[in-house]
Ligand binder design. Sequence first.
Ligand code: PMP
Ligand code: GLU
Length: 396
Amino acid sequence: MKLSQRAQKLEPSVTLAAAAKAKQLKSEGYDVLSLTVGEPDFPTPVNIQEAAVTSIHSGEASFYTQAAGIPELRRAVVDYMKKYYGVDYQVEETIVTDGAKFALYALFQAILDAGDEVIIPVPYWVSYAEQIKLAEGVPVFVEGQMANDFKVTPEQLEAARSEKTVAILLNSPSNPTGMIYTKEELRAIGEWAVEHGILIVADDIYGRLVYNGNHFTPMASISKAIRKNTLVINGVSKTYSMTGWRIGFAIGNKEIIAAMAKITSQSTSNPTAASQYAALEALTGEQDSVEEMRLAFEDRLNKLYPLVAAIPGVKLTKPQGAFYLFPNVAGTMALCGYDNVTTFVNDLLEEAHVATVTGAGFGSPENLRISYAADWDTLEEAVKRITAFVEKKRIK
Ligand code: PMP
Ligand code: GLU
């Protein structure tokens, strides 16, 4: 059968592939500990579940909605932006999407022509580059240095800028590193982008998962000029433990939002209606469960970080947000005679039955990603197994 060049060149999502492989081994009876996919392990809070059930029973969820989402939810997104960002938006500046992932997809389809460049700081979330390529754009990678907490500077961005640069992607707190840009760092990048008319895509999906007194500053809150130049990506998946419901948002320039709605109308039609009613409750209902989940992640981070940092050969800076550790394992691999992190991760899965994600998919071939969105017993046992695996394989 013929396959398009586009489909043939597309890399599958390594995070979803790693999760699927772990599930497959589990179904074959292996005792696999999966630290792969980035999704909270808590059930969606009951008030949110009930809002969806009510919308189903009342019949509201039976029908198509507006492509950009139900007006009540768009209004709730406006209120959310006011409450958490301190920024005023109009309803026309918001769109509800099938997960933040489709917000990004529709955005790149809406703004990129063939050959247009988008700057992506490395390490980066696995889907950015592939989605840009699907829109015939060109990802331009800028390496964040570990010594600078993997964050990029305006000088680095300027060196990567060309006539064709259309946008820069910023994801703070970051998947996979968990690092957060400070207000000053954001201002410097924001002003550079405004000066050159480059759209800032601010993927803020982990903005409320911040720990140990660290603080998330939204790019869009820095100044009026930067806000006008910023397209915010957000959603309910991580904050409210709603990955399966598939609801995200984009907030920013009206024309871009309208183009994204047009793309939605010709692709998915609208995000699932019942999920939109659930998301409405998530944004407008009680927020206690958000704090409970955040505290659970913080506790795991504080217990897990020293254990992972103590694995022989590992270099790791303590993350500030999200729910991932992204250790540099170059030293560990050298101790064990590996020169390829993907092979290392595969052997860890096959021999120690601990599933992690290769850093290669994030642009970092010396790292692997551990998601700590798993219960403590699983995390503790996983570190024991990784440590035992390293000791067993050690040739130095
Ligand atoms: N951005 C980042 C950085 C993510 O880690 C994820 C996780 N899937 C997404 C966007 C997309 O989230 P979702 O589609 O579940 O809303
Ligand atoms: N963002 C999550 C992760 O990085 C979910 C998986 C995905 O959408 O790729 O694991």
